[in-house]
Write a protein that binds this ligand. Structure first.
Ligand SMILES: Cc1cc2nc3c(=O)[nH]c(=O)nc-3n(C[C@H](O)[C@H](O)[C@H](O)COP(=O)(O)OP(=O)(O)OC[C@H]3O[C@@H](n4cnc5c(N)ncnc54)[C@H](O)[C@@H]3O)c2cc1C
Length: 414
């Protein structure tokens, strides 16, 4: 049975999150600096209020200081948090920390959880995730990974370059993805089967360095997007996250839910854009009547409302799949493509409807526009997700066709 009703506890949590974002967070949006960052003391105060209000770290298990929600409940709360670009930061559920917390909860040792997860959830440290590399390394195609960790004695020595690593400047540690297989046994094409491992590398480890912040269209991620390097960076076995050789499997473990939680937060941003556009359309007059009475304006508002609801349903379904224990790669890929493109369309329409005011920083739309655009690229560009989805569609069709042949052959024999 399909039931979209929320429990009274979850509806209450949703409403309290919405009120906190509206009354407690949005008034601070004007305090962000040129990098889109909030003053540290404001962020600390917001997090204290979120904690006090019982809204903090909704995605983390209770024993580590969170609310212990499942993915379906998270989708309700994250949408409300995403209504402001600062909401997820205030609740300590923004990327990349949120995805890292999830991965640490799943595969870290107890000692690693105490060292990294506990302070991350407490908000006393930040983290980053180092996967993407400059050409010819890993990008949309993760199997092009080149960063390598070699075994020397009882140590691992990491060498490689990464870039667009969100939050690296000021992060207390990074999760670094590196090849650990025997280079001689890697296939000619260096395919996905190659052996990779994730390492927890502390800031300050000799050989690990944040090279620079890379200026970009978006802002608002504490620590920016950075180029980082690993040069004979030595770590011990205690730095291995999970099992050696499981890096690509863990990347999926991290990315499938993480791409969906991105969708949840951005859905809130799309709703904000629609609300701003609708307010403007109700009050601004043109050609003798409010903008909202003109049918072309109405069509924009209606299309945005329809697409937001469709996006929400894709998220909820994929969240339910994840809650059942399914890997939900197909479903999270479909949600990622649709939500990323919907959010950009909705914000673009809102900006068009609000005219010059929409382009200015008087309204939140310009910031949303700048920050939402990269979502069509990170956590898998739309094109790559479409490839995965199409592959599944083709495979399903081939299986169905083979089954039809078997049935008709059996029918023929009878
Ligand atoms: C704001 C932002 C934050 C990021 N944060 C992080 C981070 O914290 N950690 C991290 O490791 N990485 C991060 N990234 C990097 C992100 O994961 C990569 O941008 C993404 O994986 C794509 O890799 P690439 O940029 O190298 O694109 P490329 O691999 O160079 O691809 C360029 C474009 O080609 C197209 N394309 C690629 N393959 C195909 C294909 N088969 N068919 C058709 N078109 C194709 C896509 O449109 C793609 O956008 C971030 C990126 C951005 C923009």
């Amino acid at each position: 049975m399909i039931d979209f009703s929320l429990s009274s506890e979850l509806a209450d949590l949703r409403d309290r999150t919405a009120a906190f974002v509206r009354d407690g967070v949005i008034p601070h949006e004007r305090e962000v600096d040129a990098h889109g960052e909030l003053p540290a003391e404001t962020l600390a105060a917001l997090r204290a209020q979120a904690r006090e209000a019982g809204l903090y770290a909704p995605h983390v298990q209770k024993e580590w200081g969170g609310l212990g929600l499942d993915m379906r409940a998270i989708s309700i709360v994250f949408e409300e948090a995403g209504y402001s670009l600062l909401g997820p930061l205030a609740l300590n559920c923004s990327a990349p920390d949120e995805g890292n917390m999830h991965l640490l909860e799943l595969v870290a040792t107890e000692a690693q959880k105490e060292k990294y997860l506990r302070p991350l959830v407490a908000g006393t440290i930040r983290s980053c995730f180092s996967m993407t590399e400059p050409p010819p390394g890993a990008g949309a195609d993760a199997s092009m990974l080149r960063t390598r960790a070699e075994r020397r004695g009882d140590r691992w020595v990491i060498n490689g370059d990464k870039w667009y690593i969100t939050g690296a400047d000021g992060a207390a540690f990074t999760i670094c993805m590196a090849l650990t297989g025997d280079p001689k046994s890697a296939g000619q094409s260096g395919g996905r089967a190659r052996h990779a491992t994730m390492f927890l590398v502390d800031a300050g480890t000799p050989g690990y360095r944040v090279v620079r912040r890379i200026p970009s269209l978006d802002s608002g991620a504490p620590g920016g997007h950075c180029a980082v390097e690993f040069r004979d960076c030595e770590v011990g076995d205690e730095a291995v996250l999970g099992a050696v050789g499981e890096g690509f499997a863990y990347a999926q473990l991290r990315l499938a839910p993480a791409r969906l939680t991105h969708c949840m937060r951005w859905l809130g941003a799309a709703r904000r854009a629609l609300d701003v556009a609708a307010d403007y359309a109700n009050t601004r007059e043109s050609f003798g009547q409010p903008l909202g009475r003109h049918q072309m304006a109405q069509a924009m508002l209606a299309d945005s409302a329809i697409e937001i609801q469709a996006a929400r349903l894709l998220i909820w379904h994929a969240a339910w799949m994840l809650d059942t224990g399914a890997d939900a790669r197909h479903e999270t890929s479909m949600a990622k493509v649709f939500v990323a493109e919907t959010v950009n369309r909705v914000i673009d329409r809102a900006l068009q409807l609000t005219g010059s005011h929409g382009v200015s920083d008087e309204l939140p739309l310009a910031a949303l526009y700048r920050n939402a655009r990269p979502f069509r690229i990170y956590d898998g560009p739309s094109e790559v997700h479409r490839i995965v989805i199409a592959r599944n569609v083709l495979k399903a069709a081939a299986i169905a066709s083979a089954e039809r042949h078997v049935h008709s052959a059996e029918g023929g024999e009878a």
